[in-house]
Design a protein around this ligand. Structure first.
Ligand SMILES: *Cc1c(COP(=O)(O)O)cnc(C)c1O
Length: 455
């Protein structure tokens, strides 16, 4: 399988290249040049476990020389999740379920993709006889998942920047208590946007990026998206392929786009609900056709406090009949004006599958409270956004909400809503007392470059 850029001005690349790539050189995102389809008869005949399904999905996008590695790493990483079903499904009420995506090492769904991406990247680097330095900015979950996935890798070093004092203790400790020598944490005296901007500046300095072999693991990496499509498949099979609607708490549009990928692979998906918090750029775009940047609001679901949803470009590419010239014009307009307008035919295509819903803070709190009271169940605020948005589906539709994080990752919000404090799973308790290691740096690119060059 080859991968092409959504903006059409970069050469097509291989699976192995895409494994190690960020955005395409023309500024676009990589997409498979055509959609493969799953062979369901063969799949269900083999009684697959979760790891088999994940490997099957990813292999549909890979070249044959990667099949063994994908199989091997998939079995290895999903066996380490703390539930043998990996992504268990919990019934809440008639026609309503939760898909628990928080049984990985860092209690958020990002483990599903990063746990698999990390060993594949490491192997790609080994095949090429080279190393990479992954630099990532985090508002919490991505950093922890990256540390857990990359710690101890032979060919990858990791530097994670977090905004000093602006992430929860649990989130910080998940990163800073790592003992592997290839992991470094930096607290930036600034906001998440400052940290993100520093990372962008590092990559923009091409000489620096080359010298230090900078690499990214952000949610635009195709292999992350493909790995996430696997839980849509696993869920569909668990329901004997009856058509399902999924409600997906959305920030960067990665997770819900993985659902779209699943649909292209042949999974019967009726609707995808794009559930946003007050940062509603996607809800506005899908409802009105105008994708316009707004101010970022801090909410109880911080992993979704995003205004520009990178992966949305992939949907624009699809909805515009894969016409790269149209995408290029749209994205240039967006860069210049902070807004773009989706053509009516493309919007109709989007609306035939996606429903969007913007959930307010008081509604998120009310949902957490109701679920705690009626079902004796604590859910995290991101999951609560998704569950609230199921109100957009018909009562008789079968709706699965993606539970993207464990409630113990967001204890303050859960306690505020329910009066109950979620317990950290046993296996994570050591981080509460383990020694932390991190440097503090000013919000200054020269200081960061010096810090990286110094190692
Ligand atoms: C990252 C994250 C999201 C948003 O996922 P996207 O792929 O960016 O849309 C939702 N919930 C949690 C808990 C997350 O960590």
């Amino acid at each position: 399988m080859k991968f092409v850029s959504t903006r059409g001005q970069s050469p097509a690349i291989s699976f192995e290249d895409v494994l190690l790539s960020g955005p395409a050189p023309d500024g676009g995102l990589y997409m498979p040049e055509s959609w493969p389809t799953l062979d369901f008869a063969r799949l269900s005949g083999n009684k697959p476990n979760y790891a088999d399904l994940a490997a099957t999905v990813v292999k549909h996008f890979a070249d044959r020389d990667w099949f063994d590695a994908i199989d091997r790493h998939s079995q290895d990483v999903y066996a380490r999740f703390d539930d043998p079903r990996v992504a268990p499904i919990r019934e809440l009420s008639p026609h309503r379920w939760l898909l628990e995506l928080f049984h990985g090492p860092t209690l958020a769904f990002k483990d599903f993709a990063l746990q698999l991406l990390a060993p594949l990247m490491d192997e790609a680097l080994a095949r090429r006889g080279t190393r990479a330095l992954v630099v990532a900015a985090t508002s919490g979950d991505t950093g922890a998942a990256a540390v857990a996935a990359l710690a101890g890798r032979a060919n990858i070093d990791l530097v994670v920047l977090h905004p000093k004092g602006r992430i929860s203790d649990v989130q910080r400790r998940q990163m800073t208590t790592a003992t592997a020598s290839n992991v470094r944490n930096v607290a930036i005296e600034g906001t998440f946007d400052d940290a993100q901007s520093l990372v962008k500046q590092l990559f923009a300095d091409q000489a620096f990026a080359r010298t230090h072999r900078l690499a990214a693991i952000n949610s635009i990496n195709w292999v992350r998206i493909a790995a996430q499509a696997a839980y849509y498949l696993a869920t569909s099979l668990a329901f004997d392929r009856r058509p399902l609607t999924f409600s997906v708490p959305t920030g960067n549009f990665g997770d819900v786009f993985a659902g779209y990928v699943g649909k292209q692979l042949g999974i019967p998906i009726k609707r995808l609900i794009v559930a946003t918090n007050a940062n509603d750029i996607l809800a506005r775009a899908i409802t009105s056709g105008t994708y316009a940047r707004g101010a970022v609001h801090a909410t109880l679901s911080p992993a979704m406090d995003i205004q520009v949803a990178s992966n949305f470009e992939r949907l624009l590419y699809e909805a515009n009949g894969r016409d790269a010239a149209t995408v290029r014009t749209l994205m240039e307009t967006f860069a210049a004006k902070g807004a773009l307008t989706i053509a009516p035919s493309a919007l109709a295509a989007i609306q035939s599958l996606f429903i969007a819903d913007c959930v307010r803070e008081n509604e998120t709190v009310a949902t957490m409270k109701r679920v705690a009271r009626d079902l004796d169940l604590l859910i995290d605020p991101h999951t609560a956004v998704g569950l609230t948005a199921t109100r957009t589906a018909a009562e008789a539709d079968d709706v699965v909400t993606l539970a993207t994080a464990h409630p113990a990752k967001f204890p303050e919000a859960v306690e505020l809503a329910t009066g109950r404090k979620p317990e950290l799973p046993e296996r994570l308790r050591p981080i509460l007392t383990a020694p932390e290691r991190y440097e503090t740096l000013p919000n200054d690119i020269q200081a960061l470059k010096a810090h990286i060059a110094h190692q």
